[in-house]
Design a protein around this ligand. Sequence first.
Ligand code: WAQ
Ligand code: MG
Length: 619
Amino acid sequence: MRASRKGAHISGAERIVDAADAPSAASLLAARALSHPLGPPDSVNVKIEDAGEISRVKALPVVSHEVASAAEGLALAVKLLEGAGVARAREMMEMFPATHSMRGAMLVDAATLERLEPDRERGVRATRMDSDAPFAASCAAGKNHFAEAVVLASKVASAPGIAGEICISDDPGYVTGYVAAPAIGYCRISVMKESGDPRGGRIFIYSGPRDAVSATIRYLEEKTVVVEGAPLSPAARKRPSPEEAVEAELRRIDAAGLSRKCVESESDFETVFSSNDYLRISQNPEVVRAAEEALRRWGAGSGGSRLLSGTRRPHVSLERRIASFKGSEAAVLYATGYMANVGVMSAVAGKSDTVFSDELNHASIIDGCRLSGAKIVVYRHSDMEDLEEKISAFKDSPGRLVAVSDGVFSMDGDILDLPRFLSVCRKAGAFSIVDEAHATGVVGRTGRGLCEHFCSPAPDIVVGTLSKALGVEGGFACCSRRMAEYLVNKSRPFIFSTAPCAAVAAAAEAAISVLEAHPELVERLRENTAFFVSELAKGGIAAKTDSAIVPIRIGDERRALAAAEALRERGFSIPAVRYPTVPKGEARLRVAVSAAHSRERLAAAAAAICEICAAIPPA
Ligand code: WAQ
Ligand code: MG
């Protein structure tokens, strides 16, 4: 339907209905045109035509943003579009006034800001679309700005090459507008212009090859699209449904290049450069046999927590063995390394205490600090002067002071200066806690960790894991006998988890035996790492490490992903590590060297990394 007066357009609308409903739809639309708020038209055209082949798309999820002013609304529009990957949204906003005189939308190239509409006065018009709402609801008399806009935006977002849309109504009384994009959905913005302002317009943002523009325009103007599940009013659902909330968040993650998936992986050391199974002990026949025997003897599950019938001989024996390997009085076993850190931190610190935590500590330490409820003071990475200064500010506070650091930093591969850390803790009377997850089996001549490496006494608690160089699973805390008793009484992840399977404990103990019997594995890992770093240097990449983790800094998340993908195509599984694992804009490739890698494979991987990093286009 199209209504006009003195040749000028007043209103238009279209419906896609069953043929049987066409006559009543036509009369409802005519009635709507005749009672338009802008006054009576002098002509109304109602055209009924065959919809042809119909394609169906899902309505964009709707997110509402309340703002206080038009200026705030326009700024938010820019921010939302940037979040959807439209880098030049601010400049597009400056082009917006040129849309005011157009009946259709401006079509702008996302990269170059060139205008792509064939007729600049008219613009590109999205037509041939409707919601799948029941006929009566969708034909209700009067204009429903919101419902019509969601349908239009959903069709536009589904068009090939469309990266986003900006819309402000040309209705002087309607100040709510929106930006939309496949990545962020339909984002309503409560105020985008001053009330009474008759200027409005639309921009469709195009991001595709130049020779596909006409296909996009054809889709927008000619393809018949029914939009499924478009809401009729935004007020009907103030709070997004659980499904919508999840959908919106997933789209946001995806748009930022931060989407993650579990990918099945071969345990093949020729291709995998990301395994923590540094010494390949997971495959050791003695370790596998120990697990098999224990599995037959003790069954597949332990049947209870350690304090309630879950403790078996292999658990007790493993705890003793960990302690003797690490040179501590006692050890407490946890189901995972994550739980060990969460369990230790939350047991040692409480509400009235203060924890000092390295800014690059592992997520499990951070989560443990948070769970403890203690005040958290973050100090600069490995900066012992900063730690000392921050700790000394609390010298008169009555609560406990607890300093915690990774031994090997898992994303940079560098190690803590343990003697200096301990001396700062001693002076301040602070508990010292060091996580040796990536140090055990790697650092120190025989893989016993930082104490061996520095010939240093031990911190109050050494946390570690059985799942990395020891090749099995589980975490542990090494400490004094009394401290172990304390953890068993206070550490909720220990108290409230089912005891690990006895076969896991038996395998872990066998793994420690393997490591003790074969210190040359640790030596080989060290040599392999040094070799790999020197091969990278030959190719022009200066990488550094004190462990078996070699970070290759890239910066931009998408470039890091592209590099990882290119490496995967060449048969090297080397992951890109991104936010939130590392800070935004500090994405990197993270190589974990193994004692099982051959020199040839290490050299080939280094060469591929150097070549690909030189070739990926800048961000
Ligand atoms: N295709 C392309 N551009 C169009 C079309 C179309 N089918 N219809 C209108 N435009 C352009 C034209 O330049 C208009 O001046 C401008 O968009 C605005 O159109 O969640 O009412 O029909 O409550 O005035 C937003 C609703 C309502 C926000 C938008 O747009 C909300 C609105 P209007
Ligand atoms: Mg209008």
